[in-house]
Design a protein around this ligand. Structure first.
Ligand code: C2E
Ligand code: CA
Ligand code: CA
Ligand code: CA
Length: 275
């Protein structure tokens, strides 16, 4: 009826209004320097050695506080803001990796999440090259994390971009692995270095038998293809033991620590590498 119709329009109007407000503040967030990076360490399963970190973006919203990426990355992708935001993330993370590598006198890689829209941008290669130059981080220390769905688009140009990035020396990893549909043939053809086992297959180890089988299969497959394999979302010693037994290379997760800002992470690394 008429009143129902009116109800819907006003609800839609409100949703559209909220979205527009969020979009406007997101646009200003970059120039207002409201974005910040948190970092989560990755360690080798075999001996616990710190090998690298993943950069995870947060938005320090003036009213809403710390906003998680799941709440604004999709909007940033839709509006195109992911372009400048992604560059800011990469530059900031590379700069930080360079600082930590010298401070702790060890090579540490930095993993940065790259969205599909960034990968399709014709200038990505030049942008990565100039960020490496500007920050002095060796290309081998930068790892770009691409989701399976990003890679599945199978565009000619995307594939060429990956090859060029690979040639530049950066490492490429497939994030959230196991949630998409990569074929073995595809994996073999792509210039990929790392598979990251999605958290959904880790979280119910050791209770869920099929998840354990899936995780073990991914590890075995990575070995066959000579790829490094990283487990994400490791929260318990039992999960870590299982991964070690199955030959997983490295892991990250709350068992080590939650992601932290640069200052807190500096103290964490200092303590972790001391013992
Ligand atoms: P992701 O790349 O899969 O990142 C892992 C997420 O799992 C992070 O959430 C991290 O905080 C969380 N996590 C890590 N260890 C554990 C654990 O042991 N248990 C549990 N329950 N969670 C854990 P976060 O930081 O909220 O990021 C969410 C997603 O947002 C990321 O998922 C990534 O897809 C995206 N994202 C984050 N930063 C960026 C960025 O700079 N650019 C782009 N394009 N996407 C980003
Ligand atoms: Ca990731
Ligand atoms: Ca992931
Ligand atoms: Ca994920």
């Amino acid at each position: 009826g008429r009143s129902t119709y009116q109800f819907y329009t006003s609800a839609l109007t409100r949703a559209a209004h909220d979205r527009l407000a969020l979009e406007t503040s997101l646009r200003h967030a970059l120039e207002r320097e409201e974005f910040t990076l948190h970092y989560q360490p990755q360690v080798r399963v075999a001996d616990g050695a710190l090998i690298g970190l993943e950069a995870l973006v947060r938005w320090r919203h003036p009213e809403r506080g710390l906003v998680a990426p799941d709440e604004f990355i999709p909007l940033a992708e839709e509006t195109g803001l992911i372009g400048p935001l992604g560059l800011w993330v990469m530059r900031t993370a590379c700069r930080q990796a360079k600082i930590w590598s010298s401070l702790f006198a060890r090579p540490l890689h930095m993993a940065v999440n790259v969205s599909v829209r960034q990968l399709r941008h014709p200038n990505l290669l030049d942008q990565v090259r100039s960020i490496l130059q500007e920050t002095g981080l060796p290309a081998q220390s930068l790892e770009l994390e691409l989701t399976e769905s990003t890679l599945m688009s199978r565009e000619e140009r995307t594939e060429q971009t990956l090859r060029n990035l690979k040639e530049l020396g950066v490492r490429l990893s497939i994030d959230d692995f196991g949630t998409g549909y990569s074929s073995l043939a595809y994996l073999k053809r792509m210039p990929i270095d790392v598979l990251k086992i999605d958290r959904s297959f880790v979280k119910d180890i050791p209770e869920d038998f099929s998840d354990m089988e899936i995780a073990a299969t991914i590890i075995a497959m990575a070995r066959t293809l000579r790829l490094q394999v990283v487990a994400e979302g490791v929260e318990t010693p039992a999960q870590m033991d299982f991964l070690r037994e199955r030959g997983c290379d490295s892991y990250q997760g709350f068992l080590l620590t939650r992601p932290m800002d640069a200052a807190a992470m500096t103290r964490w690394i200092d303590e972790y590498t001391d013992t």
